[in-house]
Design a protein around this ligand. Structure first.
Ligand code: ADP
Ligand code: MG
Length: 356
């Protein structure tokens, strides 16, 4: 069996193996659906070439006709790690596109003044475009700024413009400065299955707004030396926000990114992360892939840029894991098993054992 089949099934290896070729769209036979989750017919894709190509990628996973279970309520996931360059934006946009391709309605909130998520989704975000800055600072409704993403049905983006760079300071003097994003999301009436918030690489008021608005924190961890360094600070912030502002907040998901199975360092880091976090760590990791890093310069996610690539397939699989976990289905080393409807474990001491 070719190596890409490793990430195609629910009994997938924890980490996809190293790959020589990037694009291998082929008939990977899918495993029988043994996880007891109902299947629906997926919605029709946008009738565009890349939309169709991305749909082919979903089918390449051997699960044509599968739509993943949709959550009862909108899942608001905060993609955070105060380190830059660990794959927050890449993870946000590619997971969001994957979830949408699996049939969900998904909004990406770009909360980084650099606007990289907006760029990667091909969303116009020059200075005059209504943006998340207007929502946070001028209390403009979210519906005024949300734009549909071309080529991916069901995917939307609230863009960030350069204005957002000033928001960190402007927010300080505003009423309810920590909960302005939360209010905007609560007032947003369009039905959504997921909201993914791409945070800046800092723990300032923008990130705090995200942590107040979300219930779940998704931490991408780059498989590099120093991967866990500084994480204690983020986890303590999560503890603080949970204690004071948002009792439902918890770290639900850790995703290993830029995994290079050929290096011993990557597997050591992966091992260390799994020891620290256990069940929160997705079994699927994202391989280091040139196609993933190229896609944003074409205003695309890897899902439409190169649907059959290892990066695309791994994000599709990670999305599948996230969707199934949301309804209480977990992968064990050998089998998927149900573990309660919602995974809300006690995280009183989430930051324990971490130094700065
Ligand atoms: N799996 C991957 N393989 C190769 N390059 C990646 C991967 N994930 C991210 N990158 C690249 O690494 C850089 C940092 O990623 P990014 O998502 O922007 O991180 P962050 O948002 O945490 O700052 C970008 O140039 C991106 O294209
Ligand atoms: Mg980023």
């Amino acid at each position: 069996m070719r190596s890409d089949a490793n990430i195609a099934g629910p009994m997938a290896d924890p980490v996809p193996g190293p790959r020589s070729a990037e694009s291998e769209l082929g008939a990977v036979p899918g495993p029988p659906n043994g996880d007891g989750v109902s299947r629906e017919t997926p919605p029709p894709m946008d009738d565009t070439p890349i939309g169709r190509a991305a749909q082919l990628a979903v089918e390449a996973l051997g699960r044509a006709g599968e739509a993943l279970p949709r959550p009862d309520q909108t899942r608001v996931m905060v993609v955070a790690n105060q380190k830059g360059g660990v794959g927050k934006t890449t993870t946000t946009v590619n997971l969001a596109a994957s979830l949408a391709l699996h049939g969900a309605r998904v909004l990406v909130v770009d909360l980084d003044p650099q606007g990289n998520a907006s760029t990667a989704l091909g969303i116009d975000h020059h200075a005059e475009v209504p943006s998340i800055y207007d929502v946070l600072v001028d209390s403009r409704p979210l519906s005024d700024v949300v734009q549909p993403v071309v080529d991916v049905e069901g995917l939307f983006c609230a863009p960030a413009t350069i204005d957002l760079a000033g928001a960190e300071i402007e927010l300080v003097s505003l009423v309810a400065r920590e909960s302005r994003l939360d209010r905007a999301i609560q007032a947003y009436e369009q039905p959504l299955d997921y909201i993914l918030i791409d945070c800046p690489p800092s723990l300032g008021l923008l990130t705090v707004n995200a942590l107040v608005a979300g219930a779940e924190v998704l931490i991408p961890i780059q498989c590099e030396y120093y991967a866990l360094e500084g994480l204690g600070q983020l986890l303590r912030n999560v503890d603080l926000v949970r204690g004071h502002l948002n009792p439902k907040l918890h770290v639900s998901t850790i995703l290993l990114t830029m995994y290079d199975g050929r290096t011993r360092l990557a597997s050591q880091v992966a091992e260390e992360v799994r020891t620290h976090f256990g069940n929160e760590v997705l079994r699927t990791s994202i391989p280091r892939s040139v196609r993933i890093s190229e896609a944003p310069s074409y205003g695309q996610t890897v899902l439409t840029y190169d649907p059959g690539s290892s990066g695309s397939l791994s994000y599709l699989e990670a999305a599948r894991e996230i969707a199934l976990r949301g309804v209480g289905v977990y992968y064990d080393s050998s089998k998927a098993h149900a573990k309660g409807r919602h995974h809300q474990q006690d995280q009183h001491s989430v930051s324990e054992g971490f130094s700065e």
